[in-house]
Design a protein around this ligand. Structure first.
Ligand SMILES: Nc1ncnc2c1ncn2[C@@H]1O[C@H](COP(=O)(O)OP(=O)(O)O)[C@@H](O)[C@H]1O
Ligand SMILES: C=C(OP(=O)(O)O)C(=O)O
Ligand SMILES: [Ca+2]
Ligand SMILES: [Mn+2]
Length: 643
């Protein structure tokens, strides 16, 4: 209200607050927030999530804590640590302040000694991405929020898998069942040594004042779902597995019960080099009998993902379900394609396709019901990632996504995906629903096309070949590819390698066991096999160049559409591969590698060199009879290179 000549009269307001005789504004007109202190205001901000009444909730929490305590129990004394739920930092905030009436007074257990018998460990149970962001930003140096909202993290000294430090317990349950010896990824350990490392990991985790616990699932096929529990010491690990495993609903969590498999991730803590079987201060140990995995001396989150994959490679075949290191997508007409390949060959890139529905990017099961994704998320390489080349993966890098070892602008926090100064194996881990055309639940009918991806560093394999049934088995068992830089410790440039089933690092049984199941399923469901080279053309690595992704996508489109089944073929020398004469949008001269090599003699030499490598590698399989492929063995061996 206007006072005379615009001046507010004492004690009145002119819309800008009242002015006293001293002319100073004494604005107390707005109603104050309903809190008497700042602390009280803060306590109003977050309300309990309880969908249940407090007594039900308390009962459920108690059961969960008992189960988690049992998981963290040393095998020597059988009882587990004293646990309390919630963030220790928050407990300190709550103590001694006037609590709002609706909150019980929480007695904060004093964490006075590191002795795990006397102290409490705080359990941060299935936290949300927001809560995990806050823990990472607050406590984990090297954690930042990027301009697109993703959480950038560092995995420490290890930025790739450490296959040489992986151990599997050889005991009465695994001695005869698993693939051991030459070529096998399974390096043995005895149970006692497993327990020594388990004790070390459990002692480390129990010495902390908080641990993260994720109770989640693997395998979207409801009839063959596995319950997993991941106990870790880093918010980054908890968020990574939140994204990569299947996220339970509130009700599923309520009835979760006991896990089928448990991971103890004490990655920041080294193993004891004096311990038997150790090859470094890193050890990733799996006991199938105890259904436990221990991680010491590496913080690379991919170890958890791949460790669980190995477990599925053991559990699923026991149920006549074929576990596969493959991407998978489905056309609008319901045609399912599998993309097998070792790390960096293109499973994630090629299964993520704007014109198709994504079922999964890396790990699947093929059962009598069809295909199901094992995981709840995708783990994409993001070196040289661009919005133009891979728009869907680009768009998936947003709030909730974990970015491993990327480099970003210190001010704008914009990520430079070309940067390799930390590692070339930079990664993005995101929930599968971050991909617009993801199929939820991640299940589909039986595959129509089985595409084997080889990143050929020699540059002599055709960009695409249609395979006979026997050739499909031959190349599946051979698993030829080039390990690209960074994926595994010590790989600095593409290295020609043979990785059985396109994922030998993870399989538990002899490759011919998986090949026998694949042969059977492909025959039963009329699937066609293809070999696609996503590697070099026009010369080997260093001379030629990697085939453009655009051309590979055109080739894959032609496989999906059936165009490639209808086109003409010619057979190549040595490998005897059927190569198409044309594909829409791809220069025809590319299909026969000899056309793209300047020096034809050098091409022939290199072709024979690779063929010889194939022959030498396959020898280890021809004299292997169990696994049910013995009748196929001769036919398969004959499907390799002839020279
Ligand atoms: N012709 C190509 N086909 C597939 N991927 C390619 C091609 N050329 C380059 N790439 C790159 O190779 C990498 C493949 O990584 P990714 O799909 O994550 O492999 P995987 O899932 O098999 O580990 C991506 O960075 C992709 O951009
Ligand atoms: C993380 C991995 O998966 P990929 O590289 O196949 O995506 C890996 O193989 O280590
Ligand atoms: Ca991948
Ligand atoms: Mn993989």
């Amino acid at each position: 209200m206007e006072a005379n000549n615009g001046q507010a009269r004492p004690g009145t307001t002119n819309g800008y607050g009242s002015r006293g005789d001293d002319g100073v504004c004494h604005d107390d007109s707005a109603t104050p927030v309903r809190a008497n202190t700042v602390d009280e205001l803060h306590s109003l901000q977050r309300k309990p999530t309880a969908a249940l009444s407090s007594s039900q909730l308390e009962e459920r929490h108690k059961q969960q804590l008992q189960s988690i305590s049992a998981s963290l129990a040393s095998t020597t004394c059988g009882i587990g640590p004293k646990l309390v739920k919630g963030d220790p930092a928050r407990k300190k905030e709550m103590v001694g302040k006037a609590l709002p009436h609706h909150q019980h007074h929480i007695t904060v257990p004093t964490i006075s000694v590191s002795d795990s018998d006397l102290k409490f460990t705080h359990v941060l149970y299935n936290l949300s991405p927001s809560e995990l962001y806050e823990h990472a930003i607050k406590y984990e140096k090297g954690s930042f929020i990027t301009s697109s909202g993703a959480l950038a993290t560092l995995s420490g000294a290890k930025t790739g898998r450490s296959p040489r430090d992986k151990r599997v317990v050889k005991d009465e349950t695994t001695a005869d069942d698993l693939w051991w010896g030459k070529g096998s990824p399974n390096i043995e350990m005895d149970e006692h040594t497993f327990l020594i490392n388990r004790e070390r990991a459990v002692d480390y985790l129990n010495s902390l004042d908080k641990v993260f616990v994720n109770d989640q699932f693997l395998n979207w096929d409801p009839n063959n779902r596995i319950k997993v529990r991941i106990i870790s010491a880093r918010a980054y690990h908890s968020l990574f597995m939140h994204n990569m495993c299947i996220r339970p609903t509130y009700e599923e969590l309520e009835n979760f019960g006991e896990p089928d498999f448990t991971i103890y991730n004490a990655g920041q803590f080294p193993c004891n080099r004096y311990t038997h079987y150790m090859t470094s201060s890193t050890s990733i140990d799996i006991s199938l009998k105890r259904r436990e995995m221990v991680i010491l001396g590496t913080q690379y989150a991919g170890e958890m993902k791949k460790g669980l994959f190995s477990v599925m490679h053991y559990l699923m075949p026991k149920k006549q379900i074929l576990s596969l290191h493959s991407g998978c997508n489905m056309g609008r007409a319901g045609d399912v394609a599998l993309f097998f390949g070792l790390s960096g060959t293109g499973k994630t890139t090629l299964s993520t396709d704007r014109n198709r529905i994504l079922i999964g990017d890396d790990e699947h099961c093929w059962s009598d019901n069809g295909i199901s994704n094992i995981e709840g998320g995708c783990y994409a390489k993001c070196i040289d990632l661009s919005q133009e080349k891979e728009p869907d993966i680009w768009d998936a890098i947003k709030f909730g996504t974990v970015l491993e070892n990327v480099v970003f602008d210190e001010h704008s926090r914009e990520v430079d995906y070309t940067e390799k100064s930390v590692t070339e194996n930079t990664r993005a881990a995101y929930p599968i629903e971050y991909i617009a055309n993801a199929k939820i639940p991640c299940v589909g009918p039986h595959p129509k096309n089985v595409i084997l991806l080889a990143c050929d560093a020699f540059g002599v394999l055709p960009p695409v070949s249609k395979l006979s049934h026997a050739q499909t088995m031959y190349h599946f068992i051979s698993g030829y590819t080039a390990l690209v830089a960074g994926t595994e410790d010590g790989i600095k440039e593409p290295q020609a390698t043979f990785s059985a089933c396109f994922g030998a690092a993870f399989i538990m049984l002899h490759p011919t066991r998986y090949a026998a199941m694949l042969a059977d399923k492909m025959k039963k469901h009329g699937a066609t096999g293809w070999l696609v080279n996503t590697g070099w053309i026009g010369g080997s690595y260093g001379v030629g160049e990697r085939i453009s992704l655009a051309y590979t996508r055109k080739i894959i489109d032609a496989i999906h559409s059936g165009e490639l089944l209808a086109t003409g073929y010619k057979r190549t020398e040595v490998f005897g591969l059927d190569i198409p004469t044309k594909v829409e949008g791809v220069p025809s001269e590319l299909f026969d590698p000899i056309n793209t090599w300047e020096d034809k003699d050098s091409y022939k030499l290199t072709l024979f060199k690779l063929a010889d490598l194939f022959k030498r590698n396959f020898k280890v399989f021809t004299n292997h009879k169990n696994g049910g492929v013995s009748d196929l063995a001769d036919e398969i061996a004959a499907a390799g290179p002839n020279f």
